[in-house]
Design a protein around this ligand. Structure first.
Ligand code: DX5
Ligand code: ZN
Length: 221
């Protein structure tokens, strides 16, 4: 198992002062910036694109940026996000006509690649591409909005994904996204996740360091 990573979702950050807010959450101990891209087509919400990613890099953010594409189609945005400074690019397999091609495209642009699974999307999409993914992201809410409740059935799915990863012997990250809080993070880790996205649980509080420390304490148990 690799060291745990905490990845605040900046969907819940203050967009009017995004650079400052992202710098603050990193200073508070976050490892990775989770960057939610929604297109009002694949999901019923609209957020930010490559220009905002680039702006964060220009502002001086050097932490890894984990771009979660909730868009359809996917491919045209891959080179744009790679040029904008993305470190990881993940996409939903239902949103790409040619999943293997999209994974290769991401890697050819020097980024880590991952597949994202909605709560009802089967892990069988991994069957023939496991060796091409760096990250498996399981959604524990339906994509589109922050602040939703964690769907408990995801724990069983995490355990299944953890088994797949361990059996493969590959250094694949198992990321969880949606409804993660200091109260459920220990169970989520026990089920097999090693990378934790949290939006509202972190940004809707005044003291980011306090929440992140609480999460790390729970993870250390
Ligand atoms: C939902 C996004 C998540 C979301 C998580 O579609 O992918 O990253 O921001 O927010 P919380 O932690 O509030 O559930
Ligand atoms: Zn996300």
């Amino acid at each position: 198992m690799q060291p745990y990573l905490i990845a605040p979702s900046i969907l819940s950050a203050d967009f009017a002062r995004l650079g400052e807010d992202v710098a603050a959450v990193l200073k508070a101990g976050a490892d990775v910036v989770h960057f939610d891209v929604m297109d009002n087509h694949y999901v019923p919400n609209l957020t930010m694109g490559p220009m905002v990613c680039k702006a964060l890099r220009n502002y001086g953010i050097t932490a890894p940026i984990d771009v979660h594409l909730m868009v359809e189609p996917v491919d045209a945005l891959v080179p744009q996000f790679a040029d904008a400074g993305a470190s990881i690019i993940t996409f939903h397999p239902e949103a790409s006509r040619h999943i293997d091609r999209t994974l290769q495209l991401i890697k050819s642009h020097g980024c880590q690649a991952g597949l994202v699974f909605n709560p009802a999307t089967p892990l069988s999409y991994l069957d023939y591409v496991l060796d091409k993914v760096d990250v498996i992201l399981l959604m524990s809410v339906n994509p589109g909005f922050g602040g939703q409740a964690f769907i408990p059935a995801t724990l069983e799915k995490l355990a299944a994904a953890r088994k797949l990863i361990d059996a493969s012997g590959l250094p694949i990250r198992l990321e969880i996204d949606g409804g993660v809080t200091p109260d459920n993070i220990a169970d989520i880790a026990t089920a097999g996740a090693d990378m934790f996205v949290a939006g509202s649980a972190i940004f809707n509080t005044a003291d980011y360091a306090a929440v992140i420390n609480k999460m790390r304490q729970q993870l250390a148990k």
